[in-house]
Design a protein around this ligand. Structure first.
Ligand code: PEP
Ligand code: MN
Length: 447
């Protein structure tokens, strides 16, 4: 039986071209999974999505900063307590650095608890003369290079739902159970990071925060905000069958929300105006992100605003620009100027990862920390010149001590990449590099 949340409007995207969808071998099996998912409880509540929209509205008005980060691709075998804790810890540390240095609230959004589907540039991959379907993320197929693993399996969508639920449960426990208490600011640094120069720099800052808290406590001030944090989830809304199955009508407002995450975004490869992804996003009330690459025209950006934010509501729409360090200063000004000139109040985030990927001589897909930082610098320069608000950063990172990006605080070289190259998709900043970036972004913000 169809529950009332299977509103027909939500299927409007089915009339339109949907890029990057898997070739599921068995449509009946997919439909069975979708029907089951449609009966599952929401992963997030509509009211939480509204709260994030309010927080993002502050960013759109120039009063707050966004830190959005996490894996390029989450994997089903990495939902252990330690992995999740270390990602949260990294984001909390970065957020402490940014909040302290910028004196504005930092809105924390993970690429987590649902980031399991990947758009790809090619449909197949060839190794040693063998051609197999490309890996599309754990919600579709397996990374292992075998015909079995690479065959899309809709049952994975259910595993992704359960993994996302488990991850969110852990995050909520960490955040509300005292782990995100500001008095833990030293505790987040008590591992391999502490002994590094970046860890030491962080320790100085943690001491300053501690002193401030002690002073405030002595004055009798101990506000609730110090004891927990707001943390939101997000992922690319790529697999529209999954996202639709997790869309529900909110009983308070009678509006549809994609309850698989607080915020969803549309990727660079699926943002076409006449496509299914933009249509789907236009039917749900969540905060929406859209990635904008270097070929984006101002007219496209304006048309996206008309489609996704017709009411011009601050906090509804976030443009995540990913131009590349060599293009950001040329391409971004016109987009920002024309969007601002139109009267729209969008949030501008900088994704300095996806325009700066290259293949190292060792064969690893990597990014140089200096390129990442230079794109962020260019992003700040452009916004400063136009007197618009550089609203935040969108980063691929992990809490683990991986060797996937080169440069940064602990000077990883191309020759080191093979040591702990663990990503299922794009290279991530490790803990040191992430903290290093937070310190440098904080300086750019204050400059
Ligand atoms: C991503 O965020 O992992 C991604 C694929 O980005 P983009 O759509 O910007 O290429
Ligand atoms: Mn990526």
């Amino acid at each position: 039986m169809l529950a009332d949340h299977t509103v027909t409007a939500l299927d409007s995207w089915r009339r339109l071209p949907a890029d990057q969808q898997p070739a599921w071998p068995d449509t009946d099996a997919l439909n069975g999974v979708v029907a089951e998912l449609s009966s599952y409880p929401p992963l997030v509540f509509a009211g939480e999505c509204d709260l994030l929209r309010e927080r993002l509205a502050r960013v759109a008005r120039g009063e707050a900063f966004v830190l959005q980060g996490g894996d390029c691709a989450e994997t089903l075998d990495a939902v252990g307590a330690e992995e999740v804790r270390d990602k949260i810890k990294t984001l909390l540390q970065m957020s402490a650095v940014l909040t302290y240095a910028t004196s504005v609230p930092v809105v924390k959004i993970g690429r987590i608890a649902g980031q399991y589907a990947k758009p790809r540039s090619r449909n197949t991959e060839i190794r040693d003369g063998v051609e197999l379907p490309v890996y599309r993320g754990d919600s579709v197929n397996g990374l292992e290079f075998t015909p079995e693993a690479r065959t899309p399996d809709p049952e994975r969508l259910k595993r992704v739902y359960h993994a996302s639920a488990a991850t969110l449960n852990l995050i909520r426990a960490f955040i509300t159970g005292g782990y995100a208490d500001l008095r833990q600011v030293h505790e987040w640094n008590r591992d391999f990071v502490a002994s590094s120069p970046i860890g030491e720099r962080y320790e100085d800052l943690a001491r300053a925060i501690d002193d401030a808290l002690t002073f405030l406590a002595a004055c009798g001030a101990d506000p609730r905000e110090f004891h927990s944090a707001e943390f939101f989830s997000s992922h690319e809304a790529l697999l529209l069958d999954y996202e639709t199955a997790l869309t529900r009508t909110d009983s308070r407002t009678n509006r549809a929300y994609d309850v698989s995450a607080h915020m969803i975004w549309i990727g660079e490869r699926t943002r076409r105006l006449d496509g299914a992804h933009v249509e789907f996003a236009s039917t749900v009330r969540n905060p929406i992100g859209v990635k904008l690459g270097p070929t984006t025209t101002a007219d496209e950006a304006l048309a996206l605003i008309d489609r996704l934010d017709p009411e011009r509501e601050p906090g509804r729409l976030t443009f995540i620009t990913r131009m590349g360090r060599d293009k950001v200063r040329d391409v971004l000004p016109e987009l920002v100027a024309k969007v601002t000139g139109s009267g729209a109040q969008v949030v501008w985030l900088c994704d300095p990862m996806h325009g700066n990927t290259f293949e190292a001589s060792s064969g690893h897909k990597t990014r140089h920390f200096d390129d990442v930082l230079d794109e962020v610098r260019g992003f700040f320069e452009v916004h400063r010149a136009l007197a618009t608000h550089p609203g935040g950063i969108h980063i691929e990172l992990t809490g683990d001590d991986v060797t996937e990006c080169v440069g940064g605080g602990d000077r990883i070289g191309v020759g080191d990449l093979h040591q702990r190259y663990q990503t299922a998709c794009d290279p991530r900043l490790n803990r040191y590099q992430s903290l290093d970036l937070a310190f440098q972004v904080a300086e750019l913000y204050r400059a």
